[in-house]
Ligand binder design. Structure first.
Ligand code: SF4
Length: 187
């Protein structure tokens, strides 16, 4: 046993004793509404219970009745409740004021962000995809084999989209010759 190993539990227990007490179990049962949901961060589809006060999320935890995860969740899923809210100095959850709610655009070479509307952003994305695709499209490879592809565009998918949306996305990407596709849950 290394020197001082026996002291660590005493120190840890002192630190825990000094924390402000808060009975989350009692609070969530008496003051919140439970909604069963599914974590959308990867394809495992872990079940979770969302506790809310009617306005904002108070707490999220794994659903013990869900056969996929039987109550457990990975660190990514358990942080789901932080996506919209942050914990302030009084340890209460407030809407995260740094969350972006509108399109911000930084032009090439610029150091400042401009507010744009979605119509502008979507047509700009479409224009740039078409231009890149047209400029880099390869009908055949170096051996003369037909490939009909562009290697200048890559697509990163999302676990937050469902099968039907993924199907449409794949069709669209394949139709313009995109072959580099991956998924954020693998990163
Ligand atoms: S990200 Fe984690 S908690 Fe969410 S579905 Fe995947 S394994 Fe489950």
């Amino acid at each position: 046993m290394f020197e001082g190993a026996g002291k660590a539990p005493a120190l840890a227990s002192t630190a825990v004793e000094n924390l402000p007490t808060f009975d989350l179990g009692e609070f969530k049962l008496k003051k919140t509404k439970e909604t069963a949901s599914v974590c959308a961060f990867c394809g495992c589809g872990c079940g979770l219970i969302v506790y809310s006060d009617g306005q904002k999320v108070i707490h999220i935890e794994g659903d013990p009745d869900n056969p996929n995860n039987e109550g457990s969740m990975c660190c990514k899923g358990i942080a789901l409740g932080e996506a919209n809210t942050i914990v302030d100095a009084k340890r209460s959850r407030i809407t995260n004021t740094r969350r972006l709610t509108e399109v911000l655009y930084r032009a090439p070479g610029s150091s400042s962000w401009e507010k744009k509307d979605w119509d502008w952003a979507l047509s700009e994305i479409a224009k740039r995809i078409k231009k890149t695709r047209d400029e880099t499209f390869e009908e055949t490879d170096e051996n003369g084999v037909r490939v009909n592809r562009t290697q200048a565009i890559a697509h990163l998918g999302s676990a937050s989209v469902d099968n039907e949306e993924n199907y449409i996305m794949h069709k669209m990407l394949r139709s313009i010759g995109v072959i580099n596709m991956d998924h954020h849950a693998r990163l």
